[in-house]
Write a new protein. Structure first.
Length: 255
C-alpha cells in the first residue's frame, strides 16, 4: 500500500458518508443552469419544516478564459519559512511572522512523516502563554484507513479535543465510515457509524446511527441526467412513539 492520505483528507471522506444524501427536516431545491455565453447560475431554495422559515440564494459565475489577471497584495508583516528533510519521509518546517505595526510575533513548528501505511503530523504553535500542540495520524492496511487527531493546550494542561475516523471502501458499491470524538471540557463522547451502498449507477442508499440513538436513512435517485431526487428520514430510537422524527426532501436540477 502507498502512503495513506492526511487526516484532513480522511476526515473528508468519512464526513461525506455521514453528511451527503441527507436533509432532515428540510425541503430543498437546487437549480444549476449555464447560458450560451458561459454565465453559470445557481439557485437554491430551502424550507425548514420545523420553523417554517424559507431561505433562498442566487449565485452567478462567469469565466474570462482570455484574461489572466495578476493580483498582488502587500501585507504589513514579515514572514519567514524554512524547512528541512532530515531523513526519508520526515519533513520539518518552521514558520515565523512579525508585524511591525503591533510588534506581534508568532511561530509554528510543523513536522510530517510519511511512509508506506503511515502518515503522521505534529504542529506546535509557539505562544508565550504556552504552546498549543496539534497532532494527527493516519494508518492504512488492506483497504482500511484509520485516523486520529488531538489538540493539547499546554497553558491549561488540558487535552481539550480528541477525535478519530475510520473509512473503508469495501468495494465499488459499498463505503463505510466511523467517527468518534471526545471533549475534555464537557467529558462528552460522540460516536457514529455510517454506510453508503450504490445499488446501481442511478440509485444509492445511505444509513447512519450514533450513540444518541439517532438513526438516519437516505435514498438518492437520479431520475434522468441532470435531475436528482433525495429522500431522507431521521428517527429518534429513544422515543419511537413520542414523535419528533424528521423527514427530508431534496431535488437537484442541472441544465
Amino acid at each position: 500500500m502507498s502512503v495513506p492520505p492526511s487526516y484532513g483528507d480522511l476526515g473528508k471522506s468519512a464526513k461525506d458518508i455521514f453528511n451527503k444524501g441527507y436533509g432532515f427536516g428540510l425541503v430543498k431545491l437546487d437549480v444549476k443552469t449555464k447560458s450560451e455565453n458561459g454565465v453559470e447560475f445557481k439557485t437554491s431554495g430551502l424550507s425548514n419544516m420545523d420553523t417554517g422559515k424559507v431561505n433562498g440564494s442566487l449565485e452567478t459565475k462567469y469565466r474570462w478564459a482570455e484574461v489572466r489577471p495578476d493580483l498582488h497584495r502587500e501585507v504589513d508583516h514579515r514572514q519567514h519559512t524554512g524547512h528541512r528533510s532530515i531523513t526519508k519521509g520526515l519533513k520539518l518546517t518552521f514558520d515565523t511572522t512579525f508585524s511591525p505595526n503591533t510588534g506581534k510575533k508568532s511561530g509554528r513548528v510543523k513536522s510530517a512523516y510519511k511512509r508506506d501505511f503511515l502518515n503522521l503530523g505534529v504542529d506546535v504553535d509557539l505562544d508565550f502563554a504556552g504552546p498549543m500542540i496539534h497532532g494527527a495520524g493516519v494508518a492504512g492496511y488492506d483497504g482500511w484507513l484509520a485516523g486520529y487527531q488531538m489538540v493539547f493546550d499546554t497553558a491549561n494542561n488540558d487535552g481539550s479535543e480528541f477525535g478519530g475516523s475510520i473509512y473503508q471502501k469495501v468495494n465499488e458499491q459499498l463505503e463505510t465510515a466511523v467517527n468518534l470524538a471526545w471533549s475534555a471540557g464537557t467529558n462528552g463522547t460522540r460516536f457514529g457509524i455510517a454506510a453508503k451502498y450504490q445499488l446501481d449507477s442511478n440509485t444509492a442508499l445511505s444509513a447512519k446511527v450514533n450513540n444518541a440513538s439517532l438513526v438516519g436513512i437516505g435514498y438518492t435517485q437520479t431520475l434522468r441526467p441532470g435531475m436528482k431526487l433525495t429522500l431522507s428520514a431521521l428517527v429518534d430510537g429513544k422515543s419511537i412513539h413520542a414523535g419528533g422524527h424528521k423527514l427530508g426532501l431534496g431535488l437537484e436540477l442541472d441544465a
